[in-house]
Design a protein around this ligand. Structure first.
Ligand code: NAP
Length: 264
């Protein structure tokens, strides 16, 4: 752990993480708390109580829920500085052809993965000191489109536009980046394996790729390193941070450990 935590680059303040009740977000919060950060989490299921953790139970997938989440967040922040926002909440549902999805399901996906990150950033940025960071959890689905994942691809493509816009719109002393955590062993991947391949052909790929899944705690180490250990100039970039990038692995993979996972 020491190699991962040599030099904190974040300014003073809390870290806000959406999508922290399970998966990569939960592991990231564990790392942040064990390093002494105070953390506020946002997800429908509130996280288990812990010292220095404020866990808010909120639904970010519609306008009403998002509005309530932002009001509650402002109340708990009570003017305190925020060092970083991690927009991690996401869902692959609804699966299947985009043309078969209802408008309300498409809007929920878009709200969760693009509108909420934009609105949370807008609400939090005024509380960020110079050097504050926004990290958006991206995906290969932000760059390509996959059959049966149309709603997710639409939303992650939109998140990329949100990230670029935030870089244009926010104070220049704030930094924005996207991160692709790779194929990670979480509930999200289980949701991609479970459907009948007759309905969702990519289920066969996700079943076959199971042995190549990155453990969630390892993916979180990469997120933690990007978020807290890179310099502001390095962190702030248009190209997403990519977990399979071998050039960065010596900085965050534990000494002596291996990273045998390959980009599909
Ligand atoms: N796992 C992968 O292979 C992979 C690959 C590329 C990118 N990613 C991205 O990485 C991020 C984390 O993924 P993960 O694999 O850790 O997913 P996960 O285990 O399914 O966790 C998703 C998180 O998002 C929260 N969430 C979902 N719907 C929500 C809603 N309506 N309102 C508020 N929170 C909501 C969930 O909490 P509640 O259910 O309690 O609300 C949960 O904490 C996502 O943005 C995902 O797109 C993952």
């Amino acid at each position: 752990m020491l190699a991962l935590n040599q030099l904190n680059q974040l300014p003073e303040g809390l870290v806000v993480v959406s999508g922290a009740s399970r998966g990569i977000g939960r592991e990231l919060v564990t790392l942040l708390l064990s390093s002494g950060f105070e953390v506020v989490t946002l997800s429908r299921q509130a996280c288990n109580p812990a010292e220095n953790l404020i866990a808010l139970g909120v639904d970010l997938s519609d306008e009403t829920g998002l509005g309530k989440a932002i009001e509650t967040l402002k109340d708990v922040l009570n003017g305190r500085p925020v060092a970083a926002l991690v927009n991690g909440a996401g869902a692959v549902e609804p699966l299947g052809a985009l043309i078969h999805q209802s408008a309300s399901d498409l809007l929920r996906a878009l709200c969760l993965m693009a509108v909420a990150p934009a609105q949370l950033a807008a609400a939090i940025a005024p509380h960020m000191p110079s050097g504050g960071r926004i990290l958006n959890m991206s995906s290969r689905s932000a760059q390509s489109t996959f059959q049966g994942l149309g709603a997710y691809c639409m939303s992650k493509h939109a998140l990329h536009a949100v990230s670029e816009s935030l870089r244009h719109d926010l104070r220049p002393e704030l930094a924005v980046a996207e991160l692709i955590p790779g194929e990670v062993d979480t509930g999200m991947q289980a949701s991609l394996r479970e459907p009948d391949p007759a309905d969702f052909p990519l289920a066969s790929f996700f079943r076959a790729n199971r042995a190549n899944l990155i453990p969630a705690d390892l993916a979180a180490r990469f997120c933690y390193w990007v978020l807290t250990q890179t310099t502001t100039e390095t962190f702030n970039r248009s190209e997403p941070w990519f977990i399979y990038d071998r050039a960065h692995q010596p900085f965050w993979v534990a000494e002596g450990a291996d990273f045998p996972y390959t980009a599909p």
